[in-house]
Design a protein around this ligand. Structure first.
Ligand SMILES: [Zn+2]
Length: 637
């Protein structure tokens, strides 16, 4: 499960598709293939962008054509509520332009990403960025106009124009916000206030990324590190405990010196959310934030409740960590070092594609046949080459073509796992594109990481059944456990903090840096079992909240936990499922945004309003720990 940056959900579909699916993976150390030129790599390992456009000339021609259609979009302004026929015509026209635009943009992005050094590629990408902004501006009138159509009139529209049916979900998703929409002059004032709404986050970003005087420390090997956020995350996993203590105390000490400023910024962000909650008539900041994706607040509360109920499972892991690290007392600075030295698990590309097909065979023949298409029809750009963008992503926005995957495959198990992850996105896009009209093809953000993470879990399950070497097993199992801690527990810990500070502010309590630290420390100590003697949490680490930029993303992080939970539950169900489950899963992959996220998951048997998915995830986590303990006992460790 990799962090994805938040984006506004009501953005045009093409932006959702592009931004969403990037996966930050770090590049592995040198391997012979790394510096091979792009030309020397066989075609079958490179994506074929000619499936989008045969040449740059053809691309340019199409771009001019699409550009010429913007004017016609604008000509519908003021007419959407006029008649069913007119509304249908406008929606068809607009979405077709958007679809063609997405194809143009993906061509420019892929070409630029395969060699970022070519300035013509970069120029094409930048042109598309500007064109996207113009498209967004041109079409900005559509949502408010649709929102303004009275309910009765819309119902009549659906009756007189049956073709409009394919836009029902799109229209409903706009119209359901009526209760929180104000009169026109009021909306103008709210829009004006938008000028100030990003300020807290901007100041936070400047202070933490640029102005704060971060300390430089000397590690035990003589190396000097500047402990900014990057330096901290790069050195906190050191195997030398003295270094970890030094890193933690110096970094958090530096943040603590600015706790009043950090506190004032975060309070400003919370007050902004209260402003919008009040003027838009929501009961709470949480309700407003979740309403964007039509997620009931009970899903959020249930997550926190379940995590708290299952803290003994986290504590079991922490005790296991203590045993494996061989320390007398486990401290917060002992969280990051690997439990076992990472073992070499080499997998060639051709082996990886075969292994993934076997691991995902439980998803059915049609799924595996589509994997074959992805591997054999040049959907994937497999290997690094000089100038290529780093990391990995899946890009599913070329509706009429096929998804693409960028990889920097380096022959390790982690690379294979990343490939399985990206294939999860790609299959989700492929089946949704194939089965939904364009307007409903891109899946909602709440579901974005479910199919991808489920694939990782299935690959893990398959690999563990196959690999017999105990050290290799320990390494895989240990990394898996860390996923549970950092994705499920830690993100919920953040979500609980976020909820608590908003609730206090809603009651009118003052929030300062010291107050934030007090609240954060209380939650941190509870999660890590400080009072039960599981982990020692020094008071200084209560300032950790100042290090987390996500508190400026408006109740975003809980989705890391919910999608991880959903994917673990889903993987469990697929492993034990059979043909009925395969059918349901393909329906899930094919559903795009034809329904809201929670009912969509419910149809595949994962009901996020109940405890079941969470309990399945905990069962899995406990099984992983059983296995580790079993291996350790056998080794006499
Ligand atoms: Zn992903």
């Amino acid at each position: 499960m990799k962090f994805f940056r938040p984006i506004s959900v009501r953005k045009p579909l093409f932006l959702t598709l592009i931004v969403l699916l990037m996966t930050g993976i770090s590049m592995q150390a040198a391997e012979p293939k790394k510096n091979q030129s792009r030309d020397s790599i066989a075609d079958k390992y490179k994506w074929n962008i000619a499936d989008l456009f045969a040449s740059n000339d053809e691309w340019k021609q199409k771009k001019n054509e699409v550009d010429g259609q913007f004017e016609k979009i604008a000509s519908y302004k003021g007419l959407l509520g006029q008649s069913a026929a007119r509304l249908y015509e406008a929606l068809e026209f607009y979405h077709n332009v958007e679809k063609e635009f997405a194809r143009l943009m993906i061509y420019a992005n892929l070409q630029s990403d395969q060699d970022t050094r070519v300035s013509e590629n970069l120029a094409m990408k930048q042109e598309m960025g500007q064109m996207g902004t113009r498209l967004e501006k041109t079409a900005a009138f559509m949502e408010p106009e649709i929102l303004a159509i009275p309910d009765a009139a819309i119902e009549q529209f659906f009756k007189t124009e049956p073709k409009l049916e394919k836009y029902r979900m799109y229209i409903d998703d706009i119209q359901r916000r009526k209760a929180h929409t104000l009169s026109e002059p009021e909306e103008k004032i709210v829009a004006e206030a938008g000028r100030m709404s990003g300020t807290a986050q901007e100041i936070y970003s400047i202070l933490s990324n640029a102005d704060l005087p971060y300390p430089t420390i000397k590690l035990s090997d003589g190396r000097e590190v500047r402990l900014d956020a990057q330096g901290y995350s790069g050195s906190r996993a050191s195997n030398v405990r003295e270094d970890r203590i030094n890193v933690f105390n110096s970094f958090f000490g530096a943040l603590d010196g600015y706790r009043r400023t950090f506190g004032t910024e975060l309070n400003a962000e919370v007050q902004k959310n209260i402003f919008y909650k009040n003027v838009r008539n929501y009961e709470s900041c949480l309700q407003r934030a979740l309403d964007k994706n039509n997620i009931p607040v009970s899903v959020y509360h249930k997550l926190i409740e379940n995590v708290n109920k299952n803290l003994p499972t986290l504590h079991r892991y922490l005790k296991l960590r203590k045993r494996m690290l061989g320390v007398e007392e486990l401290h917060y600075y002992d969280m990051y070092p690997s439990l076992v030295p990472n073992v070499d698990l080499k997998v060639s590309w051709d082996e990886a594609t075969e292994e993934i097909k076997k691991a995902l065979a439980v998803l059915g023949e049609q799924y595996v046949a589509t994997l074959d298409k992805a591997f054999n029809s040049r959907w994937i750009d497999a290997f690094p080459n000089p100038g290529k963008r780093s990391g990995a992503y899946s890009s599913g926005g070329a509706y009429d073509v096929h998804p693409y995957i960028l990889m920097n495959y380096n022959g390790q198990y982690d690379d294979m796992s990343t490939l399985a992850h990206e294939l999860g996105h790609t299959m989700h896009s492929y089946f949704s594109n194939k089965n939904q009209p364009y307007v409903n093809a891109s899946y909602p953000i709440f579901l974005a990481e479910v199919a991808s993470t489920a694939n990782e879990a299935l690959l893990m399950d398959y690999s563990l059944k196959k690999i017999k070497d105990q050290d290799k097993r320990l390494s895989l199992l240990g990394n898996y456990l860390e996923d549970f801690r950092t994705t499920l527990f830690r993100q919920t810990q953040f979500a609980e903090f976020e909820l608590k500070i908003h609730e206090l502010a809603e009651k009118g309590e003052a929030l300062t840096g010291d107050k934030f630290t007090e609240i954060y420390l209380d939650i941190l100590k509870r999660y890590y079992g400080h009072n039960e003697g599981v982990t020692v949490i020094d008071d200084l680490y209560g300032i950790e909240w100042a290090y987390i930029p996500h508190f400026y993303y408006n109740f975003y992080v809980f989705q890391y936990s919910t999608s991880f939970t959903a994917s673990q539950a889903l993987a469990e169900k697929m492993i034990h499922g059979g043909p009925e489950m395969v059918k349901k899963y393909l329906n899930f992959l094919s559903s795009g945004r034809s329904d809201y996220a929670i009912p969509t998951l419910k149809k595949v048997g994962v009901d996020m309003t109940t405890d079941e998915p969470f309990n399945l995830a905990m069962k899995k986590m406990n099984a992983v720990m059983d296995e580790i303990e079993h291996i350790l006992d056998a080794k006499g460790k």
